[in-house]
Design a protein around this ligand. Structure first.
Ligand SMILES: Nc1nc2c(ncn2[C@@H]2O[C@H](COP(=O)(O)OP(=O)(O)OP(=O)(O)O)[C@@H](O)[C@H]2O)c(=O)[nH]1
Ligand SMILES: [Mg+2]
Length: 353
C-alpha cells in the first residue's frame, strides 16, 4: 500500500526544503522515498524528482497561452492537472505499491483552503490506495506577533477543514525563532493552542478597533479545538526524526526493513562501525508505532534547544561532530593498518622460511 504526504503551506514556508531534507534523511536510513513536484512554478528543484508536473504543464505556458496572471495561471495549472489526473496516476503506479511519496504543493494557499482541484486530486489518490497525511508548514516567525499568530491559526484550521486528511501543522524554521526577539509566552503556549484568551491584551493594544472581532476569531478557533503544531528545524536530525514519527503515527505507517536489508552506514548493527559513533536511528524508525519519547516529543526540549540555550547546544553539537570525525578517522587508520599488516604477513612468512 503506498503512503504519502501532501506538503502544503504558504509561499516560502519551507516545503521544498523539507522535501529535500526528508529525501536525504530517508535515503540515509534506507527507507523508501520519492518526491513528486506538483508546483508548476518550481523551476529550481533541489531534490531528485521522481515525477515533475512541469513535464505536463508549466506556469509560464499557462500564462502565455491564456493571458493569465501568476495566480490565475496557477489555478489553471491545478485544474489542468485534475483533468489529466490519469497522467499522474500512471507515473505513480510506476513507483510501485510500497512507495512513500512526498507531494510538493505550490505555495498559493487557496489551493489548500478554497479551490477544489487539489482536494479532488487528493481524493483520487486515496481512491487508488494512497494513505495520505497533510503536512502543513507555517513559518515560525508568525508566532512572534499575536495578530499574525491568529491568522496562521485560521489558515491552519481552514486547511484542515478543506483537505479532510490526517493533518499535522508544523512551525517550520524554528531554529530562527530566537532571532525575532523574546516571545510573549513559552513555545508550548503556541504549539498546544490551549488558552487563547491570554492574547486579548496584545490584540487589543495593537488594534483596539478590532478587539471584538479578534476575540470572536479566537473563540471560533477554540470552539473547533483542532489546531496544534509540531516544530521543525530542517537541518536538525532529531527534529526531522520526531516529525517523521508524528507523521507515521498519523498515517499508520510502520517501517519494517526486509531481513536482508543492509543497515545504513553508522547504525549500531553495522558490524564495521563502533557503537560509540552514532545511535541507531534505523531501529527508531522501524518502531514508529511505539511511544514518542524522542527529542521534540516534549516542546520544552525544543524551547531549550532553540530559544533558551541555543548557543550552548550549538557548541555542544560542534564538539560532538568533531569527536565523531576523529573517531571515524581513527577507525579508518586502524582498518588501513590492519589491511597493510595482512598484506605483508605471507611475505614475512616466506622470508622466515
Ligand atoms: N533556517 C531555516 N531555513 C529554512 C528552513 N526551511 C526552509 N528554509 C529556508 O526558507 C527559504 C524558503 O524555502 P523553500 O523550501 O523554497 O520554501 P517553499 O515553501 O518551497 O516556497 P514556495 O515553493 O515558493 O512556496 C529557503 O531559503 C530555505 O533555505 C529551516 O528549517 N530553517
Ligand atoms: Mg517550493
Amino acid at each position: 500500500m503506498p503512503f504519502g504526504e501532501i506538503v502544503c503551506g504558504a509561499p516560502g514556508s519551507g516545503k521544498s526544503t523539507y522535501c529535500y531534507g526528508k529525501h536525504q534523511l530517508f535515503t540515509a536510513l534506507n527507507r523508501p522515498i520519492s518526491v513528486v513536484n506538483l508546483d508548476p512554478a518550481n523551476d529550481n528543484i533541489l531534490y531528485p524528482c521522481a515525477i515533475d508536473v512541469s513535464s505536463l504543464i508549466t506556469l509560464q505556458d499557462a500564462m502565455n497561452e491564456h493571458g493569465l496572471g501568476p495566480n490565475g495561471g496557477m489555478l489553471y495549472c491545478m485544474e489542468y492537472l485534475e483533468a489529466n489526473v490519469d497522467w499522474l496516476e500512471d507515473r505513480l503506479n510506476e513507483l510501485g505499491k510500497d512507495a512513500y511519496v512526498l507531494f510538493d504543493i505550490p505555495g498559493q494557499v487557496e489551493l489548500s483552503t478554497n479551490h477544489d482541484s487539489l482536494k479532488r486530486i487528493v481524493a483520487k489518490l486515496i481512491k487508488i490506495g494512497f494513505r495520505l497525511a497533510a503536512v502543513h508548514l507555517c513559518d515560525a516567525h508568525y508566532v512572534t506577533d499575536a495578530s499574525k499568530y491568529i491568522s496562521v491559526l485560521l489558515l491552519s484550521l481552514r486547511t484542515m477543514l478543506h483537505l479532510e486528511l490526517p493533518h499535522i501543522n508544523v512551525l517550520s524554521k524554528i531554529d530562527l525563532i530566537a532571532q525575532y526577539g523574546d516571545l510573549d509566552f513559552n513555545l508550548d503556549f503556541y504549539t498546544e493552542v490551549q488558552d487563547l484568551s491570554y492574547l486579548e491584551n496584545a490584540l487589543t493594544a495593537a488594534t483596539p478597533r478590532y478587539a471584538a472581532l479578534n476575540m470572536a476569531l479566537v473563540s471560533l478557533i477554540e470552539d473547533f479545538s483542532l489546531v496544534g503544531f509540531e516544530t521543525l528545524a530542517v537541518e536538525d536530525k532529531n527534529s526531522m526524526l520526531h516529525l517523521a514519527r508524528a507523521i507515521d503515527r498519523a498515517t499508520g505507517y510502520v517501517f519494517i526493513p526486509l531481513p536482508d536489508t543492509k543497515p545504513p552506514p553508522g547504525a549500531i548493527d553495522d558490524p564495521d562501525v563502533s557503537s560509540a559513533v552514532r545511535p541507531n536511528t534505523y531501529s527508531l524508525l522501524s518502531t514508529a508505532a511505539g511511544p514518542m519519547r524522542d527529542f521534540g516529543s516534549n516542546v520544552q526540549d525544543v524551547q531549550e534547544r532553540w530559544v533558551d540555550a541555543r548557543e550552548q547546544y550549538d557548541a555542544h553539537e560542534k564538539a560532538q561532530w568533531r569527536r565523531e570525525g576523529e573517531i571515524s578517522r581513527e577507525e579508518a587508520v586502524k582498518k588501513n593498518n590492519l589491511k597493510i599488516r595482512e598484506r605483508n604477513t605471507p611475505n614475512s612468512r616466506a622470508v622466515d622460511s
